[in-house]
Design a protein around this ligand. Structure first.
Ligand SMILES: Nc1ncnc2c1ncn2[C@@H]1O[C@H](COP(=O)(O)OP(=O)(O)OP(=O)(O)O)[C@@H](O)[C@H]1O
Ligand code: SF4
Ligand SMILES: [Mg+2]
Length: 350
């Protein structure tokens, strides 16, 4: 699990939605019943009986991300966060459900539309070496996406220099001929961000964007992310184990458990008044170093995998301290409990 920056009590929150950013801004990304199931390992009995068990990495997610929104996606390891990010960027195909980007059905893209989508929706890699070839200079790595998407060569130099300036890496001329190993971790992560921005996207997915960085340089990269999404009006999905990171960067937070979104609301509200027992548990597990208070173990029974085989009912029921009879038979729907705040728990529907 990634290290944590500070306790929720000490970090400056991402603040309320920005002025001039109406909650009714146009949707950029929409998903309906989004699903990604993988074949799971079979026991001998299942093999003999011809059963084909599946692992439900993402299991029926409805989602709307609006223009300029900064949304965080949190949950334990294995809850399906990265899979959602990859589905939204069309880096993996769904096994069910529908997806649209800027109103266009992502199942029906011809080659030109696919190229345009690749320009407008980008991934910020967690590990710089997944994005940068160690043998390529920074200049070549940054020009590569322009080349791949058919941007005229005459524009490359200016676009690369602009993206390096955008991420505040100083004079671009000093970096263009360097190799990745000649840069610090913080500089590398900014180059990764510059590479995602060089195509001037509208939507960024940042999967654990600072988890590989030294604590001392994390705040700088997070400040930059926050500044960029405001300055460029980007729609961002920041994936993290770390609620404090999400609180710092995102106006809205989604909480995921075993392939489902179980809570969705304004970050400040989700953190100060969580509506789902799973969110409460995640918040209680955040360490509070400055008061020398140890991190609580996740205050749930058992582990994530304990619920993997559950059929019907609430997926948290074996771990939830509040579970009651109905939780075993009915899956709770995601319902609005306050304006813009939704939770999937029977405690709100009884
Ligand atoms: N290609 C794959 N084949 C089979 N199972 C997969 C594949 N990719 C992911 N999974 C499984 O899907 C589930 C969700 O994985 P995912 O990587 O989305 O979780 P995550 O929330 O991003 O976890 P982490 O916080 O550890 O990155 C996990 O049980 C994982 O083992
Ligand atoms: S529906 Fe029941 S088991 Fe699930 S989170 Fe709510 S109280 Fe707990
Ligand atoms: Mg992940």
């Amino acid at each position: 699990m990634s290290a944590v920056l500070a306790s929720p009590g000490t970090m400056t929150p991402a603040a309320a939605p920005r002025a001039g950013h109406p909650a009714a801004a146009a949707p950029i990304v929409e998903a309906w019943g989004l699903q990604k199931h993988y074949p799971a390992g079979r026991s001998l009995r299942q093999a003999l009986q011809g059963e084909r068990p599946v692992l439900r990495a993402v299991d029926g997610v409805d989602l709307t991300l609006r223009s300029g929104e900064s949304v965080g996606l949190v949950g334990e390891s294995g809850s399906g966060k990265t899979t959602i990010g990859r589905l939204l960027l069309k880096l993996t195909e769904p096994t069910g459900g529908q997806l649209a980007f800027e109103g266009q059905d992502l199942r029906q893209l011809n080659r030109a539309a696919m190229l345009r989508f690749r320009q407008r929706a980008q991934l910020v890699f967690q590990n710089p070496f997944d994005a940068l070839n160690p043998r390529f200079t920074i200049g070549r790595s940054l020009a590569e996406p322009l080349l791949n998407t058919g941007v005229a060569r005459a524009e490359h130099e200016a676009r690369v220099a602009e993206s390096l300036r955008t991420v505040r890496l100083g004079d671009p001329a000093r970096l263009l001929q360097r190799l990745p190993h000649q840069l610090s971790g913080g500089q590398l992560q900014r180059v990764v961000l510059a590479r995602a921005l060089v195509l001037q996207p509208r939507f960024l997915v940042a999967d654990e964007p600072v988890s590989m960085l030294d604590v001392s340089v994390r705040a700088g990269v997070l400040n930059l992310l926050r500044e960029l999404r405001e300055r460029l009006n980007l729609t961002t999905l920041a994936i993290s184990h770390d609620l404090t990171l999400v609180r710092y960067v995102c106006e809205r937070t989604l909480v995921m458990y075993l392939g489902k979104v179980v809570e969705d609301g304004p970050t400040a509200r989700v953190i100060t008044a969580p509506a789902h027992p799973y969110t409460t548990a995640l918040i209680r597990a955040v360490p509070r170093p400055q008061v020398a208070q140890p991190r609580d173990a996740l205050p749930l029974h058992g582990a994530l995998g304990d619920a993997a085989g559950l059929q019907g009912g609430c997926r948290l029921r074996n771990r939830c301290p509040h579970a009651f009879a109905r939780c075993a038979t009915e899956e709770p729907p995601l319902v609005e409990i306050a304006p813009g705040h939704r939770a999937a728990c029977h405690l709100h529907t009884t």
